[in-house]
Design a protein around this ligand. Structure first.
Ligand code: ZN
Length: 197
C-alpha cells in the first residue's frame, strides 16, 4: 500500500511538472524536408484528449472507414484484447485497401493503428480512404509506400486537408503529405513531411 501511495505521489508530481513547462509554438508546417521525431516537448503541446489517444498502450484498433471510389464501408476492431492484429479484420482491410485493378497486399498494422488513431480524433466521422494499395507502374521508380501496404491517402468529411494534416503530425504520423483534398500518411522509419499538388 505504501509503495502504491509513493507511485501515485510521483505521478502527481510529474503531471505538475509537465503542466508547468512552457508550451511550444503551434506545429510548424515545413514545405519539404526531414523533421525530428515527435519529442516530449511536442507531446506537451497536445490537448489532454489527444495525449490520451497517443499514449494508450494497446492499439484499440476500432476503425470506421469509407472508400471514396467504391461505395464500401468498413467498421471493425482491427486488434484483439492483447493488441495483436485480428486475422479476419486484416483480411477485410487488405481487401478494402485494394488497388484500382483489384490487387492487394497485407496492410501494415502500424498504418491501421495510425488510421484508427486519426479516426478516434473525430469519433463520429469515418476516415475516407482516397487511395490505399497501388500496383507498381511498369516503367516507374516504384518507391512509393503505397506499393507496400504502408501508405494511405485519407480525408475526413467536413475537415480541411490542412487541419487533418496538422492533427496527423501531432498524433505521430511519420510520412505526411498535404494535398488540396487529402492527406498522404505512411509509416516510414524517418519522419518526412511535404506539400503536394
Ligand atoms: Zn499517398
Amino acid at each position: 500500500m505504501r509503495l502504491a501511495f509513493a507511485i501515485t505521489a510521483l505521478v502527481t508530481a510529474g503531471a505538475g511538472l509537465v503542466a508547468a513547462r512552457p508550451r511550444p509554438a503551434a506545429v510548424r508546417i515545413v514545405r519539404e524536408g526531414v523533421v525530428e521525431p515527435a519529442s516530449w516537448r511536442a507531446r506537451d503541446a497536445l490537448s489532454a484528449r489527444d495525449r490520451a489517444i497517443v499514449e494508450h498502450t494497446l492499439p484499440s484498433g476500432r476503425i470506421r472507414m469509407r472508400s471514396v471510389g467504391r461505395k464500401e464501408e468498413l467498421d471493425l476492431a482491427a486488434f484483439d484484447g492483447n493488441g495483436l492484429p485480428r486475422s479476419d479484420a486484416f483480411a477485410a482491410l487488405r481487401h478494402f485497401f485494394r488497388s484500382m485493378q483489384g490487387h492487394s497486399v497485407d496492410v501494415d498494422p502500424r498504418l491501421v493503428e495510425l488510421c484508427g488513431t486519426l479516426q478516434r480524433h473525430w469519433p463520429d466521422r469515418p476516415l475516407v480512404l482516397v487511395s490505399g494499395y497501388r500496383d507498381p507502374a511498369p516503367h516507374g521508380r516504384n518507391k512509393s509506400y503505397h506499393l507496400r501496404g504502408m501508405a494511405a491517402d485519407v480525408a475526413v468529411p467536413g475537415v480541411s486537408a490542412f487541419e487533418l494534416y496538422k492533427v496527423a503530425v501531432k498524433l505521430g504520423a511519420r510520412g505526411t503529405g498535404l494535398y488540396p483534398s487529402f492527406v498522404h500518411l505512411d509509416v516510414r522509419d524517418v519522419p518526412y513531411r511535404w506539400t503536394g499538388r
